[in-house]
Design a protein around this ligand. Structure first.
Ligand code: ZN
Length: 183
């Protein structure tokens, strides 16, 4: 495994449409291992291959099951993911991105989606994430089409600067999440 650099907004590769994975080659398996390691190392909860400058349709997602322990929840590796259905119900929530360091912003998303894709063994599967997990799936799949959450802000001013990796950032996002969830 190897850590790879996460490319940042302004890099034109983040705006390209990633191409489907046709075969699970050793390179793709290596890419997946590197994505998982890089996500963990950066305390991320999701990563798309394009964020490492690799234009294949691959995402990894892992929410912390225990709030204190990053990478403790279920790990999802999805190759060629697709959203086949989205709920009419939407909610506004806070998003950040490892390719837009130092910021979080408010985005409206469907609360539930039906995702189809292939796992690391190439087997097809579907899953129906809800709530925050559904949000993360939509965010990562957006990356594969060159879309960033900053393109989807509920309003241009609904984005805030935070200090990444500090308590302050965590507190700031929690506060905002509370503020936003109030009717
Ligand atoms: Zn992102």
């Amino acid at each position: 495994m190897a850590l790879r650099e996460i490319i940042q907004v302004g890099d034109s590769r983040l705006r390209e449409r990633a191409r489907p994975v046709r075969a699970l080659t050793p390179e793709i398996q290596q890419l997946i291992e590197d994505m998982i390691e890089t996500m963990h190392e950066n305390d991320g909860i999701g990563l798309a291959a394009v964020q490492l400058g690799d234009l294949h349709r691959v995402i990894v997602i892992q929410l912390p099951e225990d709030e204190e322990v990053w990478g403790s929840g279920e790990l999802y590796v999805v190759i060629n993911p697709e959203i086949v259905k989205a709920s009419r119900e939407v909610e506004i929530g806070i998003e950040g991105c490892l390719s837009v360091r130092g910021y979080v912003g408010e985005v409206e998303r469907p609360t539930e989606v039906l995702v189809r894709g292939q796992n690391q063994q190439g087997e097809r599967f579907r899953l129906r994430p809800r709530g925050f997990l559904a949000r993360v799936f939509q965010h990562e799949i957006d990356h594969l089409d060159g879309v960033l959450y900053i393109d989807r802000l509920v309003a241009p001013d609904r984005i805030w600067e935070v200090k990444p990796g500090t308590e302050e950032a965590v507190e700031a996002s929690e506060e905002m999440a509370v503020e936003v969830s109030q009717p």
